[in-house]
Design a protein around this ligand. Structure first.
Ligand code: PHE
Length: 360
């Protein structure tokens, strides 16, 4: 009869010297597999006389348990070693400089939108969106621009034809500004509201400073007891954060929009001495956005009681502020998909916009 101790010693020695999980698995199969050594011993018990079977059976089972425990221990030892080796192998040196030479660039429009979202996000604004093909109602009427209002002509609207190319009563338009999202938001959610709406807008106009498709960002704040001081504080803070100039002069100039009252255009200080434009210093002003207190009629159009809720809104052209911040001279180049332009004015993917700046 086989010497159980010798078998045990032999197996334990092989288990403790196994250096890979695969080798260990082979030992397990050779010992405990269907035709394994220990399995054979267990099978052999059946042919023994009852008395012997009892003592021998207990011994073989103990052997089996010993081997199972040793296999388990060796398995976790080898797994730990394999993990350690992987951790060592796959370690990334995070102090290595980033490989800057990538072909991809972030378009200045995307970069500027990221910066706007970061700055207004810090102030508690959420991002909202709306459709490009808009109802006449949302783009005009609800914003206190009735059908006969001259603002409709001024905006060079693209009108969509109805079914079978017919002009229809309730016509659709390509939205001429992001302001219709003010209405959609006020209809959809209760105040307090604090949103910005970056997105595409369309006007039938094309020259060095106008493109039929361009981008705006709208802002809307609605709450109880919002006043002009909030509008001013918010927009001054935005201008200084966006242009990264702490003492940037900001001026509010009375203006007119049908959907705000009072309305103000916002100018920032600049100098044009020597032909070059310099933002921040000097005696000149540069208009960068339109704003105002939301008109009571607009609030009422959205089912809000103007005696209870007030707010302010603003809108600006994204290309325009991107051109000013990054010194891009011609609007048309934004859409030409010229890779040389994109390599020059674009941003590297790892440049994170922050409150203090874009990338350069
Ligand atoms: N919608 C206006 C425009 O396109 C900008 C604006 C938005 C003005 C919100 C005031 C308030 O010119």
């Amino acid at each position: 009869m086989e010497n159980l101790e010798a078998i045990e010693r032999g197996l334990l020695a092989r288990i403790s010297s196994a250096s890979t999980l695969e080798a260990l698995e082979q030992i397990r199969v050779a010992a405990l597999g269907r035709s394994g050594e220990v399995t054979g011993l267990l099978k052999g018990l059946g042919s023994l006389p009852p008395e012997e079977r009892k003592t021998r059976g207990a011994a073989v089972n103990r052997l089996k348990e010993q081997i199972e425990a040793a296999l388990g221990g060796a398995k976790s030892r080898l797994e730990r070693a394999a993990l350690d080796a992987r951790l060592k192998d796959e370690r990334i040196d995070v102090t290595l400089p980033v490989k800057a030479e990538t072909d991809g660039r972030i378009h200045p429009i995307s970069q500027t939108i990221d910066e706007l979202v970061a700055i207004f996000g810090e102030m508690g604004f959420a991002v909202a969106e709306g459709p490009h093909v808009e109802d006449d109602f949302y783009n005009f009427t609800a914003l206190n621009i009735p059908p006969e209002h001259p603002a409709r002509q001024e905006q060079d609207t693209f009108y969509l034809l109805g079914p079978e190319g017919r002009a229809v009563e309730e016509r659709k338009v390509l939205r001429t500004h992001t302001s219709p999202v003010q209405i959609r938001t006020m209809q959809a959610q209760k105040p307090p509201i604090r949103i910005i709406v970056p997105g595409r807008t369309f006007r039938s106009d094309h020259d060095a400073t106008h493109s039929p498709m361009f981008h705006q960002v709208e802002g809307l704040v609605i709450d109880r007891q919002v006043h002009m001081g909030h509008l001013k504080g918010c927009l001054i803070e935005f201008c200084r954060a966006f242009f990264d100039i702490d003492d940037l002069p900001v001026r509010f100039r009375p203006s007119y929009f049908p959907f705000t009252e009072p309305s103000a255009e916002v100018d920032i200080g600049c100098s044009r001495e020597g032909g070059g434009l310099k933002i921040g210093a000097g005696a000149d002003w540069l208009e960068i956005l339109g704003s105002g207190m939301v008109h009571p009629k607009v609030l009422a159009n959205c089912g809000l009681d103007p005696a209870e809720y007030q707010g302010f809104a603003f809108g600006m052209g994204i290309e325009r502020i991107a051109m000013l911040k990054y010194g891009i001279p011609d609007l048309r180049t934004f859409y030409e998909s010229d890779l040389r332009w994109l390599r020059h004015y674009g941003f590297l993917p790892l440049d994170q916009p922050s409150l203090v700046a874009g990338s350069r």
